[in-house]
Design a protein around this ligand. Structure first.
Ligand SMILES: [Zn+2]
Ligand SMILES: [Zn+2]
Length: 684
């Protein structure tokens, strides 16, 4: 038997819903300081029915009641009364499932909840923002959806409780982290390993330890970029289970490398004096790593042989669990150990999911690409000509003046589309010729290579005729357009300190950007460079002058493993380039979710990174300018080879990275972070 209790509130307005599935009743209490009453029993009934149908369940024959109150206080008193009444009528075991944004407030105002064992359901922050008008209908609809979903959620929770051997009420909001923690701690105890629990993401492995932790650095996310023009079909894949795979394969890797996954590739030999850096010694966590591996193997057998959905979910979230400081058994050393075994070409348990098919792709990096995308994922689609989208996702264009951005996007798209269209026509032409002579329809390797060469030739032709002329015209237009403006240009620039505004000459920037993109195609790079040289003549800049070199103008920072508190989606956020983060509150990018990220947690994570980087900067090694060896002796002024020393990380490099954090702090109003970075940069 259970009772669900859904509530949401915003500025003196609130909706409380009491759902008693066993007595087939739904009570709605609307708190509204004004007189308008927009919720009716029939409206709620319809919404509930719709919600049940959407979930594929059959709505029972429920009775609905709606009650209006003018204050939150009166509303919670009403709820209190209803619960007490229910308790009297049903003295048997009852469990309360609560979905509510402020659990503590509700528990404080509705004392009757103390008589029930309570289970909490995670709550979406969007449920809580009411619009000014018509809010009652929206809140009513949402609450009915939540009520309908609560039954299913509760049943799942019971099965989970059976699988995990954890009492129903003991699960924390993030059940995946919690269950993985429980499993891992049981396994550690069974193997008589050290068992630690900590709330702050730093493993408590016993011993006295003071001062700051000194972990090597944040784990570098493995990212490999191969820029270029891919004018044949490319597939965008999502890889699942990479972490599980590397765990399973770790022993093999271990043997292959002669046990070297324990070492970080840098020269950290645990010395005879136990120091703080012992935390960084990966061999210390090898036994725990073994235990984890066995645990994962058990989960896999549960998921594969008995089809257990929870075991499968744990495997899917394994990586999140490993890297989240929120998990009670978080150990950064384990996380890094796993990282050392990722990407070693041993794949067994990996799932590849195709996301998009591209007919043609111009790729610079994750944030800078354009392509011709197939709209459907149907590979046999015969007539794909009308079934394409031209995608332009060029973050570098953001730095160009608004007036030239459109030109940039258009040229980049044409550079993709024109040769692609030509190739399709050629293929069609050849097909008809072949039909006439009744040859085999399969294109031989020779013919395919022929066609490729022909397309490249055509593109070269287009560059020297079409593109060169068009670009010359655009550049002279830009020069003309910005000529009169140069006087107050400096004015404009000093006002806008935002990194996204253009610096310097608009025409020069345009040339640099567009040529950098077009030169991605290796086959015609030579022609592009020749065109670039001619374009640069217009702005009187030499081909190899430093100001003519293209640099990605957007220095950024990627915060890894940001987890949505509602849907558990895990992603790495590029704080300056991710288009879903720009110009608004940081939110989960899953379309159905949109839960705002936890600001405090994010600021804290950034603060940790900044402090860690600062510490590493000050503790860095000196290297010899001549032989590149790290300085070993403490007092010598020169290397034994006679060369002089310099810092491994230059201060300009460090400061420019810090400035990225300052920009993020200012734009997101992270005051503590801003304070800290300003102090490092010595700006006030
Ligand atoms: Zn989400
Ligand atoms: Zn030297």
């Amino acid at each position: 038997m259970n009772a669900s209790f859904v509530s949401s509130l915003s500025e003196g307005r609130a909706v409380y819903i009491l759902y008693f599935p066993t007595s087939f009743k739904i009570h709605a209490v609307v708190v509204n300081p004004f007189r308008n009453k927009e919720l009716s029993t029939s409206f709620l009934e319809k919404q509930f029915r719709d919600a049940c149908q959407a979930l594929g369940s059959v709505p029972g024959d429920l009775t609905f009641h709606v009650d209006y109150q003018t204050t939150i206080d009166a509303g919670s008193k009403y709820v209190q009364r209803m619960l007490l009444e229910y308790r009297q009528q049903h003295p048997g075991p009852v469990i309360a499932v609560i979905e509510c944004p402020k659990l503590q407030d509700i528990k404080a105002s509705v004392k009757a909840l103390d008589d029930f064992p309570c289970v909490t359901l995670p709550c979406n922050a969007r449920d809580n923002s009411y619009q000014a008008l018509g809010w009652q209908a929206t809140a009513g609809r949402t609450s009915m959806q939540r009520c309908a979903a609560s039954t299913q959620w509760f049943n799942e929770r019971i099965s989970l409780s059976r699988y995990a051997h954890v009492p129903l009420g003991n699960f924390e909001l993030d059940w995946l982290l919690f269950t993985a923690d429980v499993f891992f701690s049981r396994a550690l105890r069974d193997q008589q390993q050290v068992l630690w629990i900590s709330d702050d993401g730093i493993p408590d492995l016993g011993g006295t330890y003071e001062g700051d932790t000194c972990f090597a650095d944040e784990v570098i996310q493995p990212a490999l970029t191969y820029p270029g023009a891919y004018r044949k079909v490319s597939v965008e894949l999502k890889i699942h289970h990479l972490a599980v795979n590397s765990l399973l394969k770790s022993s093999q890797v271990d043997e292959m490398d002669g046990g070297s996954i324990g070492s970080f590739g840098n020269d950290m030999v645990p010395g005879p004096h136990a120091t703080e850096t012992d935390f960084d010694d990966p061999s210390l966590c090898l036994p725990a790593f073994q235990v984890l591996k066995q645990l994962i193997q058990r989960c896999i057998s549960d998921a594969v042989s008995s089809g257990n959905v929870f075991a499968d979910a744990i495997l899917q979230h394994l990586y999140r669990w490993l890297c989240s400081p929120q998990s009670k058994l978080h150990d950064p050393a384990l996380h890094r150990l796993l990282h050392n075994s990722v990407f070693r070409d041993l794949f067994e348990w990996i799932e590849l999911e195709p996301l998009h098919y591209w007919h043609s792709l111009l790729f610079m990096d994750q944030y800078n690409f354009g392509g011709i995308q197939a709209k459907t994922l149907d590979a046999d689609c015969a007539d794909c000509d009308n079934d394409i989208d031209i995608i332009s996702s060029w973050n570098i264009a953001e730095c160009l003046p608004k007036a030239t951005q459109d030109h940039f996007v258009l040229i980049a798209s044409e550079f993709l589309y024109i040769p692609w269209k030509y190739m399709r026509e050629e293929v069609a032409k050849r097909a008809t010729i072949r039909d006439d002579t009744s040859c085999t329809p399969s294109i031989t390797v020779m013919a395919a290579e022929n066609l490729e060469g022909q397309v490249i030739g055509y593109l070269c032709d287009q560059i020297s005729n079409y593109f060169a002329e068009k670009l010359l015209k655009i550049v002279s237009d830009i020069l003309h357009h910005f000529k009169g403006k140069s006087k107050f240009d400096s004015d404009e620039r000093s006002r806008e300190s935002d990194p996204h505004t253009h610096k310097g000459d608009a025409a020069l920037e345009f040339i640099k950007h567009i040529c950098a993109v077009l030169a991605l195609d290796q086959n015609v790079q030579h022609d592009i460079l020749r065109m670039r040289k001619n374009l640069l003549k217009l702005v009187r800049v030499k081909e190899f002058a430093p100001e003519a070199q293209f640099q990605d103008p957007c220095a950024s920072f990627t915060l890894p493993n940001v987890i949505c508190s509602y849907c558990n989606d895990c992603r790495d956020l590029d704080l300056c380039r991710d288009s879903t983060l720009q110009g608004q509150e940081w939110r989960c990018a899953v379309p159905q979710c949109g839960q705002p990220y936890h600001r405090e947690q994010m600021e804290n994570a950034l603060l940790q990174v900044v402090r860690q980087r600062e510490r590493l900067y000050h503790l860095q090694d000196l290297v010899c300018l001549r032989c590149r060896q790290v300085k070993a002796a403490h007092l010598s002024e020169q290397c034994s080879c006679g060369g002089s020393f310099r810092c491994k990380e230059e201060s300009s490099h460090f400061l420019s990275k810090m400035r990225v954090f300052l920009n993020v702090a200012v734009s997101q109003k992270f005051e503590l972070l801003q304070d800290c970075v300003q102090w490092i940069l010595e700006v006030r």
